[in-house]
Design a protein around this ligand. Structure first.
Ligand code: GLC
Length: 544
């Protein structure tokens, strides 16, 4: 149990990315405006009314840059342009303007670890060993027997080295062979990215989500990675080795600090890093003086057991890890991980939303989770994700979580007049924005109410904690700002539960997962609370 987090009660100085809520759009799947079955920028523009109605503060858009789409945009062939599939630079400017006109913020994806193998830089680099851009990528000789330089594995299957017959060397790729890693020890690569950051900042982008940044550097002497002690036969072969010499290398921190200095030249911009690392390895991403990224993504809810004890422990552990200058954040899902409603089951989806939107720290929501969209089974002949294709049979494929957003009951759920690139979920006729908007008890309306409550209550957006604990199956915590204290209780079991609250009395119930009208009034004045199965509540506490 944590009791002493008042010192972390931040005040009016809080920035938009501390108070606000980020909404991730996977652009291929949000809204198609031209009937090609793939979402685009004009589609996002057409849906801004929805995002404003919902009440989010910032939109993060996964990559929309020109790309051969080997990894659906995470293989960039031009960092300062828009892929025709998604629209034009004029569409981008129109979208950015419209987002800002609504006082929302726009976060773009930055992919610095690797380019597409069709990026002009790589074309030059592979042209000859003497090419001035040869050293922009990681090239090494074969071992004497022709084997790759070491045992490193690609995240997407097979060795992380691909042989280039023309120049007789291997190049390194942490992901697909179509995604060669840039050599971040080369100052020209750094300078090129400075230019890219400035290009988009100058165009008004409010921040970047920085892709797979833990992979930026590899051990210079190419030491073999040791076996992963947690790996068991039957686990995916890509995880057989630990990533000791291929991720989180010390050379990373100065680069993050450099980007921060660059962001700080502009006003109010945010840097978010994507790195799947243990809680105790997150702190360095903030920089030792709060001088690296603002928000190192915290993915730990994704892997946590959905029960009160482990969740309370995780929250407390994460809070303890945070350096004094570190602002927390939480993520429940994204385009790479199973949908939350599939992980916790439909009965717990409302508690999941309540958790994400009442914890201390900036929440990132994933499109469609507000409808309770689940993983969609993809028939084998419709698989698109290269990860699934390369490492089949381990359930790694990400297509199931990237399916189209459902808007209404028109063709293809209003996503596209053409055939969607991935199938729409089976229950789209009822699980769509229109249907849930008109149902006061829907997950969508609950999410909207939670967003409104978080905006209204500083205790929820920027307050500290006054206790985090597990009471049987119920996860409880108190958020506090000044004298205002707000209790959150989430019953994570499908049986009724009773929580004693010694020393704390409830003033009023602000919201419950089963919608209005909330709660039995007779329990409001007593220091205890009864929860029905799967119920979550947010309540205002009486002054101590
Ligand atoms: C990140 C992205 C993922 C992509 C990978 C390689 O993890 O989120 O979608 O495949 O990096 O760029």
């Amino acid at each position: 149990m944590i009791e002493d987090h008042d010192h972390k009660d931040h005040d009016h100085r809080a920035t938009w990315w501390q108070r606000g809520v980020i909404y991730q759009i996977y652009p291929r799947s949000f809204q198609d405006s031209n009937g090609d079955g793939v979402g685009d920028l004009a589609g996002i523009l057409a849906r801004l009314d929805y995002l404003q109605w919902l009440g989010v503060d910032a939109v993060w858009i996964s990559p929309v840059y020109p790309s051969p789409m080997a990894d659906f945009g995470y293989d960039v062939s031009d960092y300062c342009n828009i892929d025709p599939l998604f629209g034009t630079m004029a569409d981008f400017d129109a979208l950015a303007d419209a987002i800002h006109a609504r006082s929302l913020k726009l976060i773009m994806d930055l992919v610095p670890n690797h380019t597409s193998d069709r990026h002009p830089w790589f074309n030059e680099s592979r042209a000859s060993r003497e090419n001035p851009k040869r050293d922009w990528y990681v090239w090494r000789d074969a071992k004497r027997d022709g084997a790759p330089p070491n045992n490193w594995l690609s995240e997407f299957g097979g060795p992380a080295w691909t042989w280039d017959a023309h120049t007789q060397q291997y190049y390194y790729h942490a992901y697909l062979s179509a995604q060669p890693d840039l050599n971040w020890r080369n100052p020209d690569v750094r300078a090129a990215f400075d230019g890219i950051l400035k290009f988009w900042f100058d165009r008004g982008v409010d921040g970047f989500r920085i892709d797979t940044v833990q992979h930026l550097f590899e051990d210079e002497s190419l030491r073999d990675n040791p076996p992963n002690p947690d790996w068991r036969p039957g686990d995916a072969p890509t995880a057989a080795l630990s990533r000791l010499y291929t991720t989180d290398r010390p050379e990373l921190w100065p680069v993050l600090k450099h980007w921060r200095q660059l962001a700080d030249i502009y006003q109010d911009r945010v840097l978010i890093s994507e790195a799947y690392v243990p809680v105790d390895k997150l702190a360095p991403y903030y920089g030792d003086r709060g001088d690296a990224v603002h928000l190192p993504f915290n993915f730990h809810l994704i892997g946590c057991d959905w029960s009160a004890g482990p969740l309370a422990d995780l929250i407390a552990r994460y809070e303890r890890m945070l350096p004094p200058h570190g602002w927390p954040n939480w993520v429940l899902g994204n385009h790479d991980r199973a949908r939350i409603a599939s992980r916790v089951g439909p009965a717990q989806a409302a508690n999941a939303a309540m958790l994400l939107l009442t914890l201390r720290g900036t929440p990132t929501m994933y499109y469609g989770d507000e409808l309770g969209m689940t993983n969609v089974a993809i028939p084998p002949d419709q698989v698109r994700d290269p990860w699934e294709k390369n490492v089949a049979g381990y359930g790694l494929g990400r297509d199931p979580v990237r399916t189209p957003m459902a808007w209404d009951t028109s063709a293809n759920a209003g996503f596209s007049p053409g055939l969607p690139w991935l199938p729409v979920h089976a229950d789209w006729k009822t699980r769509n924005v229109d249907a849930q908007r008109s149902d006061p008890a829907s997950l969508l309306n609950l999410t909207r109410a939670l967003l409104a409550l978080r905006r209204r209550e500083s205790a929820l957006s920027i307050g500290g904690y006054d206790g985090i604990w597990a009471a049987g199956p119920v996860l409880c915590y108190v958020r506090q700002s000044g004298a205002r204290r707000i209790l959150v209780c989430l019953n994570l079991a499908d049986r009724a539960a009773h929580v004693a609250l010694p020393g704390r009395a409830i003033e009023s119930v602000l919201l419950t997962t089963d919608g209005p009208p909330p709660f039995q009034p007779n329990s409001v004045s007593v220091p205890a609370i009864s929860l029905s199965p799967n119920q979550g509540i947010v309540a205002l506490l009486k002054d101590a």
